[in-house]
Design a protein around this ligand. Structure first.
Ligand code: CA
Length: 237
């Protein structure tokens, strides 16, 4: 059986970073193609139909955000953004425009591979090539979407309706960061005022119920200034 490799388009103008990303991805079984400008990227998208895009936001000829907008106008292709540590606003903008996730420079190889794997899997579910699982499991946590039942170490955890909606949304998107706005509009709709505070209060309550040590969460991680991320199911990695 021929092994079909996932093809990743790396769009990054800094040669040393592009080289590093290419080396890590190739060593881990991906096909890598590279573009160094936004214009080049658009040509390569048409020519090569990649399975995922790794996108630097600061390109010499175009803003990376424009690349996201133009890809999202015709495709749900997974996009993982590469951004600097301090650029929370840029990350949020990219995610709210439809990027799937981000990695932070300097990019560590385990972080990179985890983000790529997760984005490819969610891309396959979104495209209908894979069924989303009906029970989500990570560590001692088990969430049955059909029964709306959450257990930790085999014991049922009682959540309010809002808390359940938040946890289920994060679990459906496990491994991916979800922005504050994405969570809020999913749970309460897009027209809620002062929603960040309400979300924070709910997250604090959820953590008290789920986490042994809420200060060092095992399931629900905070991405400061961006949003929240649910730990990824091990058996799907
Ligand atoms: Ca750059």
């Amino acid at each position: 059986m021929a092994l079909i490799k996932d093809k990743i388009l790396v769009i990054e103008d800094e040669k040393s970073i592009s080289y590093l990303l290419g080396t890590v991805l190739t060593a881990n079984g991906y096909d890598v193609i590279k573009a160094y400008t936004g214009t080049e990227a658009c040509e390569m998208l048409d020519a090569y139909c990649p399975d995922l895009i790794l996108l630097d936001l600061g390109l010499p000829d175009r803003d990376g955000v424009d690349v996201i907008k133009s890809v999202r106008s015709w495709s749900m292709l997974p996009i993982v953004v590469i951004s600097a540590r301090s650029q929370e606003k840029d990350k949020v903008e990219a995610l709210d425009l439809g990027a799937d996730d981000y990695v932070t420079k300097p990019v560590g190889s385990s972080e990179l591979l985890a983000r790529v794997r997760t984005a490819l899997r969610h891309g396959a579910v979104a495209a209908g090539a894979r069924q989303p699982s009906e029970v989500f499991r990570v560590g001692a946590l088990e969430l049955d979407f059909g029964k709306r039942l959450l257990k930790v170490e085999g014991t049922e955890v009682h959540l309010t309706q809002v808390e359940y909606k938040i946890v289920a949304f994060l679990a459906r998107n496990a491994g991916r960061v979800m922005t504050y706005d994405a969570i809020i509009s999913h749970v309460w709709g897009p027209y809620m005022d002062d929603n960040n505070r309400i979300l924070r209060v709910n997250m604090a309550n959820i953590r008290r119920k789920l986490e042994k040590n809420p200060a060092e969460p095992a399931y629900l991680f905070t991405e400061i200034g961006v949003g929240y991320r649910m730990a990824e199911e091990e058996n799907n990695a």
